[in-house]
Design a protein around this ligand. Structure first.
Ligand code: ZN
Length: 292
């Protein structure tokens, strides 16, 4: 049993930022810190422990850690972590030894989806989520429980949308992450000769007033993502696909510009509502759902 004043510590490790917050059992944020994530192993471990101590409180029940990449949650094993050099680290063991709190590790999009599902009044039995940040993460929830497949299902950023596309971190070519992530959007902005600080919202506003450069750029960003959603629908048939992460809302806006194709694989696609807080909230909630 958890008391009404109990909190847990949520950690959301992104490709760019690490966010750490204390979360109550309703998903409320009690205090948080964020800073650029250190990509080397030793620096990352020290940073993780320091930030956990920063938000720690006497009533903390545990620590949930979301990692971008392939995580075998059942075995607390980080198999790969995209832009970060943390594969193979036993983070629950590190946190338990150094902080003295039970800890668990999951894929970051799974954490985000747990928070988004809780924030909704109702959800279909099967909900998928894609998070757009530095890369593209994915997760699947069935009857409110993460679906892991044989260990790490939900790697929707690695749905191939063009076999002759750019080389991906996973070693293959043309994964949707290489076209439709935040990293890809920055590359498209640079290629178009636009200022690097140009935001997706700026592109949407300019395209809406007839700017053809911005319209083409958004098409190049959103059309591969649209293709990936169709493949996801064909393979999994979720009742709802949520699009989150820092660029989720912008992608929903860009998708409205992509003409529909096959009627076979259409389904509700909505913007997630918690933005960049979803991952850290879900990581905290995970501790209440199923204490490590
Ligand atoms: Zn890939």
């Amino acid at each position: 049993m958890h008391g009404a004043t109990d909190t847990a510590i949520g950690v959301d490790v992104g490709g760019t930022q690490i966010r750490v917050a204390r979360i109550d059992a309703t998903g409320g944020l009690c205090g948080r810190v964020a800073e650029p994530v250190l990509p080397d192993r030793n620096g990352f471990c020290a940073q993780l422990l320091r930030l956990i101590e920063t938000v720690r409180h006497d009533a903390c029940t545990g620590v949930g850690i979301g990692i971008p990449g392939r995580v075998d949650a059942a075995n607390a094993a980080i198999l790969s972590a995209g832009y970060l050099d943390v594969a193979g680290l036993d983070l629950p063991d590190l946190v338990e030894r150094c902080i003295g709190l039970p800890a668990r590790v999951e894929n970051d999009a799974t954490m985000a989806l747990l928070a988004e599902a809780r924030a909704r009044a109702t959800t279909p039995r099967v909900v998928a989520m894609l998070t757009i940040g530095t890369g593209i993460g994915g997760a699947l929830l069935c009857d409110g429980v993460p679906w892991y497949g044989s260990g790490f299902s939900g790697q929707f950023g690695h749905l191939v949308v063009a076999g002759d596309g750019p080389l991906c971190n996973c070693g293959r070519h043309g994964c949707v992450e290489t076209f439709s992530s935040g990293t890809a959007l920055r590359r498209l902005v640079a290629t178009a000769g636009l200022p690097p600080e140009t935001r997706a919202e700026d592109l949407l506003a300019r395209a809406a007033t007839g700017d053809s450069v911005c319209a083409r750029l958004l098409d190049a960003w959103a059309r591969p993502f649209h293709r990936a959603l169709g493949t996801l629908a064909a393979a999994v048939d979720p009742g709802l696909i949520l699009v989150g992460g820092g660029l989720g809302t912008a992608m929903i806006g860009a998708l409205t510009r992509v003409p529909p194709d096959s009627a076979w694989f259409r389904m509700p696609v909505e913007a997630a509502v918690l933005g960049n807080d979803a991952g850290v909230i879900g990581a905290g909630l995970r501790c209440f759902q199923d204490p490590a």
